[in-house]
Design a protein around this ligand. Structure first.
Ligand code: ZN
Ligand code: ZN
Length: 255
C-alpha cells in the first residue's frame, strides 16, 4: 500500500495541513484540510473515505471535495464511519445550514455521498489483498483508529487519542504491526490540556507504549502549530528506544 500524507498537523498555517491520508490514490483516511492540495483529477479518483471522528480538522475537506465533485462524477463516494461519527457529521455539517446535504444531491436515488456505518473490530475488504479494521480509541468524542493490513505489512493509524487500554489490546491482537502513526498534540508542559482534550504528550505516549508488545516504526503526528520543536526535543529523550519520525505533509509511507 502507498499511503501519502496530505496533512498531519494539529492545525493550519503556512505549509501545515490537518489530517488526511491518501491510500493507493483511491481511499482517504480522514479528510482534513490536506484534501485541498489534491487536484480535481485526483479528487475524482476517490471512491471511499474513512473518518476517524467528527472533529472539524478531520472532516472539513470532505465538505469541499463533495462540492467540487458534485457535477464531475456519476457514482457515489462511500463515506465510512461509526454510527456516532456519521450522526455528528450529518447533523452538524451536511445539514443544509452549514453545508448542503450531499447524501441527497443531486437526488436521493443517486447521491454524491453515501454514508456507510462501520463496526469497530469488523474488517472491511478493500480488494487487492488489503483490509482495513477500525479500532476504538479514547478522545473527547467517539473516535476510532484504523489498521490497514496487506500481505506486505500492517500499518495502523491512531487518529486522535489519549491514554487507554483498548488501543493497545487491539494492536497487541494483530499478528504483526510494522508501522504505527500516532498522535502527540502537545508538549509535556501541557499534559493537563492534553488530558482535558484527550491528546498525547511525549512522556505520556512513551509510558503508554510500554503496553505494546510489537515494536513498530513510529510516525508521530498532529503536533500543535508552534509546539513542533519542543515536542521534537522531548521525543528525543522520551522515545529514545524507538525508531520514529515526525511526519510531514507530503511524506509517503509504504506498507
Ligand atoms: Zn479530535
Ligand atoms: Zn485532530
Amino acid at each position: 500500500m502507498r499511503i501519502k500524507v496530505l496533512g498531519c498537523s494539529g492545525g493550519v498555517g503556512p505549509g501545515l495541513r490537518t489530517t488526511s491520508l491518501l491510500v493507493d490514490d483511491e481511499i482517504l483516511i480522514d479528510a482534513g484540510t490536506g484534501v485541498g492540495d489534491l487536484s480535481l483529477a485526483q479528487q475524482r479518483r476517490i471512491s471511499h473515505v474513512f473518518l476517524s471522528h467528527s472533529h472539524l480538522d478531520h472532516v472539513c475537506g470532505l465538505a469541499f471535495m463533495a462540492d467540487n465533485l458534485f457535477d464531475l462524477i456519476d457514482r457515489p463516494i462511500a463515506v465510512h464511519a461509526t454510527r456516532q461519527t456519521l450522526e455528528a457529521v450529518r447533523q452538524h455539517v451536511f445539514n443544509w445550514t452549514i453545508w448542503p446535504d450531499f447524501s441527497k444531491l443531486p437526488n436521493e436515488e443517486q447521491p454524491l455521498l453515501r454514508f456507510s456505518e462501520i463496526e469497530v473490530g469488523a474488517p472491511t475488504d478493500l480488494g487487492g489483498d488489503r483490509r482495513l479494521t477500525a479500532f476504538k480509541v479514547l478522545h473527547t468524542v467517539p473516535a476510532v483508529g484504523y489498521a490497514l493490513e496487506s500481505p506486505r505489512g500492517t500499518f495502523a493509524f491512531s487518529g486522535d487519542t489519549w491514554a487507554n487500554d483498548d488501543i493497545w489490546a487491539f494492536l497487541n491482537g494483530l499478528p504483526r504491526l510494522d508501522k504505527l502513526m500516532i498522535e502527540i498534540a502537545f508538549p509535556d508542559e501541557q499534559v493537563e490540556l492534553g488530558a482535558a482534550s484527550r491528546h498525547f504528550t511525549p512522556s505520556l505516549l512513551a509510558s503508554e507504549l510500554r503496553k505494546l508488545k510489537h515494536h513498530p516504526e513510529l510516525f508521530l503526528t498532529h503536533h500543535k502549530p508552534g509546539c513542533e520543536q519542543l515536542i521534537e526535543k522531548q521525543c528525543r529523550t522520551a522515545l529514545k528506544d524507538w525508531r520514529y519520525h515526525h511526519l510531514q505533509r507530503g511524506d509517503l509511507i509504504t506498507s
